[in-house]
Design a binder for this molecule. Structure first.
Ligand SMILES: Cc1cc2nc3c(=O)[nH]c(=O)nc-3n(C[C@H](O)[C@H](O)[C@H](O)COP(=O)(O)OP(=O)(O)OC[C@H]3O[C@@H](n4cnc5c(N)ncnc54)[C@H](O)[C@@H]3O)c2cc1C
Length: 296
């Protein structure tokens, strides 16, 4: 979201913008999954909630991407960032070859959990490198389970949103605004439970999901039809869920995270400590600095 917001704002201001995106889709941690669900059902495997503006924000990645369509270079994973007083050169893969683009300004919105594995030449200031290397990130796994019947809505059910002490932690009805009779129950698990499930095979994760759901709703196995799993910490383009200030990472971590290094600017949820809204706000902030620097 941060990269799209920054690109949108710079494009609107008349800058010649190129967005390098490792994946073949926009949105990053805003990710709607439709496969393998039946009947057109879908599940949000990343971000979901943004108060009353929910629907509006969920349309944003696509809206930004449509607007910027010819400016986004998909399947271009960045491998190296070089910078000097006059700008930056970014090295990325394109069809298996390494090539580069040079620009007078660069906005880096790659999560620090990924950026810490890239080559940066020369290294940024020691304070910035420390924050890139050490900023704390959490663990999250989402499991979207399709059932043939919405048994959680039946009379006598414990309900459609439960907080459990099982490995699934939070379990709730995801397809609440989608037509039945099938439905999707979502488990949102985090911390050590996500880490533990993360060590298991896909089949074992599904077995655990069904076994724990059956402890909550004993009729679950009769209606089970399959599930999709997204463990964000194994996604090579995030390697984490989202950032937080860990022990000893006081407020200066955030100030340093968002601080520019010469002509290299930074945006992303890790520079805002917010969700989607923080990511977007940070993406809109970066162009302001470029405009003030008077750089084209
Ligand atoms: C499970 C989950 C649930 C969440 N729920 C909510 C919620 O309900 N509400 C909310 O507001 N927020 C929520 N969030 C947080 C929200 O999704 C993020 O804060 C926000 O989407 C982050 O946006 P971003 O642009 O900073 O990063 P990202 O969305 O991660 O974007 C980074 C982009 O950089 C690309 N990239 C990474 N490495 C490279 C590379 N080397 N080269 C090129 N491209 C690269 C990625 O492919 C990605 O497109 C949730 C997050 C998760 C994981």
């Amino acid at each position: 979201m941060a990269g799209l917001a920054a690109g949108y704002e710079l494009d609107r201001a008349g800058y010649d913008v190129n967005l390098l995106e490792a994946q073949s889709r926009p949105g990053g941690r805003v990710f709607t999954q439709r496969d393998p669900f039946a009947d057109g059902l879908y599940a949000e495997m990343g971000a979901e909630y943004v108060d009353a503006k929910d629907e509006y924000v969920h349309q944003l990645p696509k809206a930004f991407a449509r607007k910027l369509s010819d400016r986004i270079l998909y399947r271009r994973p960045v491998r190296r960032i070089a910078h000097d007083a006059s700008g930056a050169e970014v090295w990325f893969e394109e069809n298996g070859e390494l090539r580069s683009l040079r620009a007078p300004h660069l906005v880096v919105t790659i999560p620090f959990s990924v950026l810490r594995h890239l080559e940066i030449a020369p290294a940024f200031s020691p304070a910035k490198m420390k924050v890139i290397r050490e900023l704390a990130y959490g663990q999250v796994m989402k499991m979207a389970m399709q059932y043939g019947k919405r048994f959680w809505d039946e009379p006598g059910s414990i309900g459609q949103r439960v907080f459990t002490d099982t490995k699934l932690r939070r379990v709730y009805h995801m397809s609440v605004d989608q037509p039945g009779p099938r439905g999707i129950l979502m488990s949102f698990t985090s911390g050590s439970d996500a880490a533990d499930l993360g060590t298991r095979s896909h089949e074992d994760r599904l077995r655990a999901a069904l076994a724990d759901t059956a402890r909550i709703w004993p009729e679950a196995p009769r209606h089970w039809e399959g599930a999709a799993v997204k463990y964000w910490n194994e996604d090579p383009w995030v390697r984490a869920s989202y950032s937080f200030l860990g022990v000893g990472q006081a407020a200066d971590f955030l100030a340093i995270a968002k601080c520019a290094e010469g002509r290299v600017h930074f945006a992303g949820e890790h520079t805002a400590m917010g969700g989607m809204d923080g990511a977007i706000a940070s993406g809109l902030r970066a162009p302001e600095k470029i405009k003030k620097a008077g750089g084209l």
